[in-house]
Design a protein around this ligand. Structure first.
Ligand code: HEM
Length: 399
């Protein structure tokens, strides 16, 4: 029997009551099934994410509960993940970020806003004409998949394949319980995607303003190896659309639950940016972020031993009443305070500006001119993932 339910459909439908209990009673808690410390206070989450005594490397994350037959494949998965910037510690991380980061700055993203707006418009048109659509399949998947393909520099007809790779790998990241099937699928996808990264490098045109050409130049300049380029492509083909896709669904659900806030977002363009920040605080898809203690660390009187894993619950920090008044409510005029929806510290999301632009334009297109907008299905299925929480589908009608 679990002391706290972090695994059921009920939890994924609404994780906040569990997080409030944990934060109040056990803010630094050893969770035996996850074989990790779970931390839930805003200040602790921030402290762990900005403390270099915690590593992002997950090579040793082979839990006792991992089926014997899956252990070798899991180790092979980590050999791939090891090369991803998000799982790389300093100083190697800084070097990778100096190449990838500039491709996704606010200034770089501003140039693509008209392109994102046009694509949103195109994707919305059939739904508006038919009186309804699935926000995830028809808008979220397509928009974030196509924009990611264009930014990285892979053909749009690979978007479905990238989504499949992404779904397989996120199952490994986000599952409380790791099965042989989950590990096998993740490994196959990691291998295929990494190989495809090499292909992209071989075939890049060296002219278009996209990531693969930037990475190719980094190889020429001796900053990156070809293997690191393949890994970076794989990381972005897998991670560059997943959260934004779910955030469009999570954001719309939040706005529909708070019609007064939806009306402000729709009618007051000056509130658009802070609306998106508030929606990310309230419902960012990654519920958690994993670190490994590189040395013994004391946190709130508990000793986290070297080698122990720590799951910082971003969602719990974002709903901490010590920091956010009435944290479970949406208030788009909330005084600005740094939320943890994009993480914190050195590994703060590189795609922040791109993600924000996509979510803002998609949500605005959904709510403008559609005052009767409503969900057209009585119950929603939440993906049971601590890494990327969202609904599988979100059918709506425009009224
Ligand atoms: C709403 C959408 C998104 C959310 C909520 C989100 C969230 C996050 C979070 C929480 C982290 C930190 C993970 C950690 O510290 O363990 C992160 C890192 C990262 N994200 Fe995002 N992300 C989103 C969209 C994107 C997009 C569109 C890209 C495409 C470029 C992207 C690329 C990255 C990368 C490369 C990192 C690793 C940064 C580093 O290690 O320095 N993300 N993201």
């Amino acid at each position: 029997m679990h002391k706290y339910d972090l695994f059921s459909n009920k939890f994924f439908a609404n994780p906040d009551p569990v997080f409030h209990d944990m934060r109040k009673n056990d803010p630094v808690f050893w969770e035996p099934t996850l074989e990790a410390w779970v931390i839930t206070r805003y200040t602790d989450v921030k402290a762990v994410l900005s403390d270099d005594r915690f590593s992002v490397n997950r090579n040793s994350r082979i839990r006792k509960a991992t089926p014997e037959a899956a252990k070798a494949s899991l180790a092979a998965c980590y050999e791939h993940l090891d090369k991803w910037m998000i799982f790389t510690d300093e100083p190697a991380h800084k070097k990778l970020r100096s190449v990838l980061g500039p491709a996704y700055t606010a200034a770089a993203v501003r140039r693509f806003v008209p392109e994102i707006a046009e694509l949103v418009d195109t994707l919305m048109r059939p739904g508006v004409a038919n009186g309804g659509m699935d926000v995830i399949a028809d808008l979220g998947v397509e928009l974030t998949g196509i924009i990611n393909a264009r930014r990285v520099g892979f053909p749009v007809d690979m978007v479905d394949q990238a989504r499949q790779w992404s779904d397989d790998v996120f199952l490994l990241f986000g599952s409380g319980i790791v099965t042989e099937e989950i590990v096998d699928r993740a490994l196959r996808s990691l291998r295929e995607c990494h190989d495809y990264g090499f292909e992209l490098l071989r075939e890049c045109d060296r002219e278009t303003d996209n990531l693969i050409n930037r990475l190719a130049s980094a190889v020429d300049d001796g900053i990156m190896s070809e293997d690191q380029v393949a890994a970076s492509c794989a990381m972005l083909m897998i991670g560059g659309h997943e959260a934004a896709r779910h955030m469009i669904g999570n954001g719309l659900l939040a706005l529909l639950a708070y019609p007064d806030q939806l009306a402000k977002f729709r009618d007051q363009p000056e509130l658009a940016d802070q609306t998106i920040e508030e929606l990310l605080r309230w419902g960012s898809p990654p519920l958690s972020s994993l670190r490994c203690a590189a040395t013994d660390v004391e946190l709130d009187g508990k000793i986290i031993r070297q080698g122990d894993f720590v799951l910082s619950m971003l969602r719990a920090g974002n709903h901490d009443p010590a920091v956010f008044t009435r944290p479970d409510d949406i208030d788009i005029e909330r005084p600005p305070k740094k939320h943890l929806g994009f993480g914190f510290g050195l590994h703060f999301c590189t795609g922040y500006s791109l993600a924000t632009a996509q979510v803002k334009l998609a949500l605005h297109a959904l709510v403008k001119n559609n005052p009767q907008l409503a969900i057209s299905q009585s119950s929603l299925e939440w993906i049971p993932s601590l890494s990327s929480r969202g609904v599988r589908s979100l059918p709506i009608k425009f009224g």
